[in-house]
Design a binder for this molecule. Structure first.
Ligand code: SAM
Length: 292
């Protein structure tokens, strides 16, 4: 999730907490399609890659060594502190052939969509972003990429699903969990500054807008699985439950006592190693049809 934690400001600590799980969950098949796409482009000039909402650079960290070079990254985010982390990380990274990657950072809002920001890119990437964005912003992004003949690798977009898992990995669905999830899904649609947010509809809306614009689209489910009893994942699981609880309370403040009891029970279940968590995500790779 970008917004399984319902906030508009993302701390470096929170992004670090999720980074390993993100890397484990991502679709290697779709990364491979992005590699093929770049390999087919003319060699020589550096490949231009734009990372929208780059945060502290975990998308860059995952992709740089897997993609061909030379690479020239443009990292865009409105959080100056996160861009400092991203720059530090980028300075250490190498491409698939072992050469350093070039990068520039842009501290600015993604809205309105600025076509110039994308102009000389081969590949546009974004990770854990689309639940925050609006339909009209996605339409502008896709129109710009279609105009420039660019491919898009859009990873780890939440699909609105989450559930607890028992020790065998089976879903646990009590009525109170379902009620909180429904409140959370409603909360995800709150405006983050660009109009009503897509929330868990992000992956479906992305795919339909890309297909309508003539892109080929491939997509894989990339859920997080936090295993019951795994102490290394407990902090993230607890942060998720707290975030779902806080969002639910914002939707129904009068239910604070009931929701507080739900949170405390589920945190205790996680702490006792009885429950894990799954959070639904999807990765998507899209490329202009005429380049097939
Ligand atoms: C959930 S974080 C994901 C960060 C990174 N892509 C990752 O996978 O770790 C979402 C990022 O989008 C950025 N962001 C959200 N809305 C934005 C906007 N309107 N303009 C620029 N950046 C934005 C946030 O600052 C944050 O770094």
């Amino acid at each position: 999730m970008s917004a399984s934690i319902p906030q508009d400001v993302f701390s470096a600590e929170w992004l670090a907490l999720r980074e390993e799980l993100d890397a484990r969950s991502r679709s290697h098949r779709l990364t491979g399609l992005a590699v093929d796409w770049l390999d087919k482009r003319s060699a020589g000039a550096p490949y231009g890659i734009v990372d929208l909402g780059c945060g502290s650079g975990s998308n860059l960290g995952f992709l740089a060594s897997r993609l061909p070079g030379p690479q020239r990254w443009r990292l865009v985010d409105h959080d100056a502190q996160l861009l400092v982390h991203a720059r530090r990380r980028g300075a250490l990274l190498r491409d698939r052939a072992g050469s350093r990657v070039a990068l520039e950072t842009h501290c600015r809002s993604l809205s309105p969509m600025d076509r110039e920001l994308l102009a000389d890119a081969d590949l546009v990437v974004a990770s854990a972003l689309f639940d925050l964005m609006s339909r009209s912003w996605v339409e502008s992004l896709v129109a710009a990429c279609a105009g420039h003949g660019q491919a898009l690798l859009l990873t780890l977009s939440v699909d609105g699903d989450w559930a607890f898992l028992d020790r065998h990995g089976a879903r646990v669905e009590e009525s109170e969990d379902i009620a909180v999830r429904t409140l959370f899904q409603t909360h995800q649609h709150r405006d983050k500054g660009l109009g009503p947010a897509l929330g868990g509809e992000g992956p479906a809306v992305l795919a339909s807008i890309l297909l309508a614009a003539g892109f080929w689209v491939e997509s894989d489910a990339t859920p997080w699985h936090l295993t019951a009893g795994d102490a290394t994942q407990r902090g993230l699981a607890e942060a998720l439950v707290t975030g779902w609880h806080d969002a639910a309370i914002e939707e129904t403040p009068t239910q604070a006592a009931r929701l507080g009891a739900w949170r405390d029970r589920r945190l205790a279940d996680i702490d006792a190693g009885e429950l894990g968590v799954t959070v639904g995500h999807r990765d998507l790779f899209a490329w202009p049809a005429e380049r097939g």
